[in-house]
Design a protein around this ligand. Sequence first.
Ligand code: MOS
Length: 705
Amino acid sequence: MIGEGLSRTDGPLKVSGRARYSAERREMGEPLHGFILGAAIGKGRVVSIDTSRAEAMPGVQLVLTHLNAPPQAEVIPKSDILDVQPQLTTDVIAHYGAPVAFVVADTFEQARAAAALIDIGYEVVAGEFVLDENSAAPEWHDESRLGDLDAAMAAGAATIDAVYATPYHFSQPMELHACIADWRNGHLTLHIAAQMVAQLADAVADTILIDRSCITVDSSFVGGGFGAKIALHAEAILSALATRQLNRPVQLVLTRRQGFTIAGHRPASISRVRLAATREGQLTGIGHDANIQVSPEGNWKEGVATVARALYAAPNRLTRTRHSELDTGVCEPVRGPGEVPGLMVFESALDELAEKLGIDPLELRIRNDTAIDPEKHRPLSGRRLVECLREGAARFGWDQRPKTPASRRDGRWLIGYGVGSSIRGHYQTTAEARVRLDPDGQVIVQTDMTDIGTGTYTIAAQVAAAALGVPVGQVRVELARSNLPRGNGAGGSWGSGNTSVAIDRACQALREKLGRVAGTGYNDLFAEVRRHFPTGIEAVGSTRGMDDEPSYENFSIFTYGATFTEVGVDIMTGETRIRRMLGVFSAGRILNAKTARSQLLGGMIWGISAALHEAAHVDPRNGAWVNGDFAEYLVPTHADVPQIEAIALDDFDGAANHLGSKGIGELGSGGTAGSVANAVYNATGVRVRDFPITISKLLPGLPKI
Ligand code: MOS
């Protein structure tokens, strides 16, 4: 039952349009519609604002600006990405597109048209918008140092000392950021596209200064998150303030472009990677210095420089980060936070080292495997990186790799192979689930965990069915409401693990309760429920946070993978096409083979995107996103993703939890981008260190025809 590739139980609801996403909910009646007017400057102040023309427009119910917005929480230095988020409480503009006014009208079109008639005078202040060597403050942060990297670099038989750049990325789930806020009888209900409902409810209550008991958040169906729906944004706060004022439900959906300015991004980064090795390919030094954009408005710091800390052995190690405080908006988690930019550049550097040493890049990775966390000096549980590499190499036909760059042709295509390793921390947080057995034969699972498209409804039913010995069809799963038992939502790849452990424990508690009165020999669960508990029986199970689990102190717990890529690069145009791709992963016990494969494939496609397509470009005059929409922010389409396969090794990691499972949501993306970059180098002999690898960067170095 657990592990079976069961199709999504919510699939029929979704393909028939009966699964209602946040902006489609109508149980509160027809809502009013809001539209946010964003700042047209990158930094400065609103010096005048005239809303009279907007207020006179048909259908307009309310116009909020910093002059009339209700009192909200003070802006405090943020301790968490999901924190208070006051709106329109100041005339200060911190980044391009930040909300400066909010219009509510009978229809969306009326609200949008009225917003265009608000007259604003700005005072522009010079902002900092460009990430470069000069933008970084001198202090180092989050430093980890072992041995002497400089000495290792001086003594290394082969060394790499190279600088790489990665651009701004966005999560941009298909479902736009959306909220319907409904204030009635002193209670606020938010139907919102969110990844973590309880934490969001806390932050909303704290922001608009109402009691937490007066708020319910409901995120029953969410159309993708990828990190963008963790933090609290303007759509929740402005719709909540408006419904409280108007006593009518208010719907607010951000436009795609507003998703680029009102929700956050993955910061751009500049990395210096240093590697030193013996002639035999034993790493003696690993260094990664990252310079990342940070925002004065938020506290998310992308862990670019930390990805190699447990990846390979080496006695001399130095990894650290410098911060460039720029006015380009708020940084937030974007799928594979840290790993996507960090591994993309680190695995590229390792490939460069293999080339210098004349050692096969697969072999170089295998030679530097470690069973012990090189920095924390404790065992790496479930360390199966080498098996991922070997299994992948055998299946992919790595022995057919061109040994010399730019040496293989297929007509006009230059052919290359590349490999990249993946590693991702496994995290556990507190979570609770309630399981109820109804006398009529229904199992009901309740928890506030969300299903952001990843399969929680299905996995939760499988875990409960397995634990109770009933068919999956007998289990009803209720998720994603803040009045259900509290967990930590979907994020950090921890959702399924946290939730499954809690559900399984709740089921064990139920079996014990039943066993005490019915013994253990019964063969009809619900007959015993009816006999001994005629109104039903329920129990709560919980997952402890990793700080309270000794196993997380005794072991370093990660997931692993290896991606193999074959590319063709058009020798005349420089166009890169992925020809085939294989990922092999070790992530503990797989809870559902189908949804897991889908997550891993999605991650790998994300990696293709990071290597070849995605980059948000900043207008250096005002910090606006030049290509902040789906017309020009490139992501892969079907034609960019040909034959691709993901395999999960048969695995069980008892150090992670008693079910042996670990998170997979972000694993697939990590090393995949590096494998693409390395394949492009193998095909062309051109090493692009400034991602993404575009035609204009490849073309000058391509072999002459
Ligand atoms: Mo993930 S980037 O924590 O949704």
